[in-house]
Design a protein around this ligand. Sequence first.
Ligand code: FAD
Length: 589
Amino acid sequence: ALYTDPSQLPKKTYDYIVIGSGAGGGTVAARLSELSNINVLLIEAGGNVDGVLGTEIPFFAPNQIGTALDWNFTTTAQAGLDGRSILYSRGFGLGGSTSISESHHPPFSDFMVHNRASQDDWNRFAKVTGDSGWSWNSLQSYFKKMEKLVAPADNHNTQGEITPSIHGTSGPVDVSLPGFPLVTDSKVIGATADLPTQFPFNQDMNSGNTIGIGWVQFTIGGGQRASSYTSYIKPALSRTNFDVLINTQATKLISTGTQSGTPVFRGVQFATSATATKYVLNATREVIVSAGAVKTPQLLKLSGIGPSAELSKYGITTIVNNANVGANLQDHPLLSSQYSVNTTAQATFDAISQNATFAGDLVAQWESSHTGELVLGPANQLGWLRLPSTSSIFTTTTDPSAGPTSGHYELIFTDGFVSFAGITAPSTGNFFSLFTNVVSPSSRGTVTLKSSSPFDSPVIDPGLLNSDFDIFTMVAAIKSGQQFLAAKSFSGFILEPVGEYANAITDAQLEAYARKFSTTVWHPTSTASMTSTSSSAGVLNPDLTVKGTIGLRVVDASAFPFVPAAHPQTAVYVLAERAADLIKATCNC
Ligand SMILES: Cc1cc2nc3c(=O)[nH]c(=O)nc-3n(C[C@H](O)[C@H](O)[C@H](O)COP(=O)(O)OP(=O)(O)OC[C@H]3O[C@@H](n4cnc5c(N)ncnc54)[C@H](O)[C@@H]3O)c2cc1C
């Protein structure tokens, strides 16, 4: 059942306590609750998302976006971004970041892009951890287990847009192709035929080989967003052995003793605010931290698991000294560049932000039938591409990507004006946005403490565009995108670049432009990375237990040793699906 205050909890002990209800925690908690003889408590800092239209409509409308479902973090001044601090959205509510809308940049909501990542990404995880269970081949059953491939909202024939045989059809997370046609569809797909060597068409980028351009698969079903809440948590809420406590933050993991000299962490302290009563509950079996790549390292550190020098600065007693907690933060830098286009009114997404009546009609259509333009995510096509192996950057830098099936950069093609860098969309005109994202970055960042209070945000430094490789790749990605848009299929449609982008011609100018306007794709990972059991680097063992502890695991995006060259929610779902089975295998229940 769902509880909104700790005082309402009906039980004094639980077998498992899971902290955080996002892609990691929602999944692992719901799967564990399938064991009817064990009790599971899921604690979520944010609130309920039921009936919040913005979390349900894929496209979303700006006036329905609030900031209540966002932690509203800000980064440190980013040297790679001309010293700018940027907003760093993270979901705050049931479903975590799989539920939220990007609240500061209407009209777009969480991209809901469904990527498994590449076979090389997963095989590198297996290699680094020494656990072949994380390899692409070993995880095949989990890729299918989480998925329910459903028809797009407009029921169009999807032949040639996806390879259905590689997808699951009975899992909890709805997956579908875009359910509304756009004027740009034929142009993007046509350009892959015009320039097949440089920009090959990829019928299904979830096959293990991501390279090429193709149709986006989304975690959307019946024209509605699928989140870890709608897919995993909500359907399990009726189980009597599954309690979900919202509006409550885990403030500390409590060490409940030692076993053969190793600290046991089976206690969780939690509270609804900094001044509210603190509660403590013990898990008889395990505590599972799934607070996400930003809050998980903060919680570990506040609990005495982290670099002792940093902890002692805030008066925290070190129980497990580990310099790797909060280190190794990785993220994907994002840049969007706009073009004016030659098309008729209301043919692009721009009409939705420019014309309130039109937008209102679309919301009414969505509410009555879950059809129309609002069933869409932000783009109908995207692609993953690699720098040529002869690229000059490889004379000075080792390739940070996982291998030939992982991109160095991503291109996303959006049928309208979108900026995440604070540029206001024009009130008239039709536009096209080219997103360029560095997806195999070599930059590394950190999450460190700001204070000893769990209610303070940690210090977040994602180190965006902080390496020669990353800025080189961003500039190469822009030039690659320009070559794609010069294909015959776009002729007569793309008119000219808009704003400061129009003046960025030379590599030096493109670099300056990228540093001025890049932000994030909101893909932080790796702040509690798993490594091999024998390695003292990293934070987790390959079974996601926290090194140097008993009774404690981390199941979220923090665990990946490298950020996947993909939008990572699906990789987190899959990590959590396997984690649930690893836990079930050890619980004798
Ligand atoms: C705006 C935005 C757009 C995105 N778009 C996409 C996309 O299109 N495709 C894609 O694949 N990925 C996307 N992502 C990334 C994806 O959502 C994340 O990678 C994924 O959700 C990470 O899962 P997680 O479990 O690690 O963390 P989260 O999903 O962030 O969940 C962490 C949860 O823990 C809770 N929590 C934190 N601290 C505590 C505490 N102390 N006590 C209790 N609860 C706590 C949080 O409130 C949150 O609910 C997007 C992210 C954002 C922010």
